[in-house]
Design a protein around this ligand. Sequence first.
Ligand code: AMP
Ligand code: ZN
Length: 494
Amino acid sequence: MAGGLKLYNTLTREKVDFEPIDPDNVRMYVCGPTVYDFAHIGNARPVIVFDVLYRLLRHTYGADKVTYVRNITDVDDKINARALRDFGGQIADGSMSLNEAIRAVTGKTESQFHEDVASLGCLKPTVEPRATDNIPQMITIIQRLLDMGHAYVASGSEGHEVLFSTASMADYGMLSKRKLEDQQAGARVAVESHKMNPADFVLWKQSADTEPGWPASFTFEKTTTPIYGRPGWHIECSAMSDRYLWEEIKDRLSPKAKAKPHQFDIHGGGLDLIFPHHENEIAQSCCAFDNDLMATVWMHNGFLQVEGRKMSKSEGNFVTINELLATEKFGGRKWPGEVLRLAMLMTHYREPIDFSVKRLEEAERLLAKWPAGDAGETAPDASVLEALSDDLNTVAAVQAVHALAQAANADPSKLPLFAASAALLGVAPKKAEVSDDLSAAVQALVDMRLEMLKAKNFAEADRIRDELAAKGIQLKDGKDKETGERVTTWEVKR
Ligand code: AMP
Ligand code: ZN
């Protein structure tokens, strides 16, 4: 079905045929979490949405032909504040350095994030780089921007800064469709008078002693200024996408891809990243590499909302992934990861989701009707591929998978087709584990029912069957081929 995939491109505001620059090296970058605290279920949405896309691309182009990069943001003022809050005492008495405190915060949060998203059935990206491991790459791009007249060094109230000069880019605003003039009109120029233009943004800024920093020096208009400092928010994604989607793999790219240096196929994230984050990534990457495009297709998921408002840390209306999976905070009970995953996929990724217990219950009810099975070598059904190929229409895909589940329930030979199709959504119902005690108890009731049937006590036999069904155990009657006698098998329905 190569060539059949259509994706909505935020850049052009239309659905486009997806054509990778090099089909043997499909390249996707998704902005990852800022690791200062537990991720909430809104943060889980892009991880799940782009995981489905990753699965679809792997299926279409080959599992080893897709490079998926999702970064870990471990430089951020929120991380700094959290390190000071949690380890301020140790930093003050000298038993811990600021950097150690920061690593303690980010290390713990990063492992929690990995645990959370694994429970949601998400595959690991090909590369998951940390911002702090890519500081030299950021410094190189910033110096390029200075050399090419797209950046300048200025002095603000917090020391030296290297700023991107938005006026130096003719089509600044191409993604968000914001015009520079509009931004100038409403800006409070007086507050940031060191900026040439109010829309100019930080590439590098000087750090105080209580802030994390790296030594760097930048040459601007023949003057070299050492600035012990830290990167601005956007530069890390320009640096990491270029390193892992171009620099480190360029030798193996096709001639066509080599002729489009520093460009890749898909860039994704939540809707809130369009401006300023992605707009500014585009500005940095296009100007530093003298390109018209950074990525061909830009994709943005809609918000997960609570009572019409975006779930966010600052609103205080959030539930963490961990709370949902491991505590009774949401709806008074724990929820399995695949229920949350399916609940997300029951809405198209570009639509908002109003999150509720009802929605989780709906997903759980659906999932309970899906059988456990092995895909083996079977390919997913065309109906599911077709739905996903239409700009990741997971709503139609879930319906198609449900139809396959019903077919498999009626005819077990269709189980592999269902399992292969569900796997494309990252949902793989497992056989419930049954303890020996439970197994013995169920078998005793099954045997008793067979006795009742032999004795033609159908009412009692039905009562036993219904009692087991109420406990989620389904009986299947068949005939022994040799003796012709009734045999009953059973399984636990989830
Ligand atoms: P952050 O850690 O806030 O930078 O967010 C990480 C990712 O989650 C970004 O792609 C955000 O756009 C996305 N995100 C944050 N909040 C929500 C939400 N309520 N619904 C959907 N996506 C979100
Ligand atoms: Zn980013």
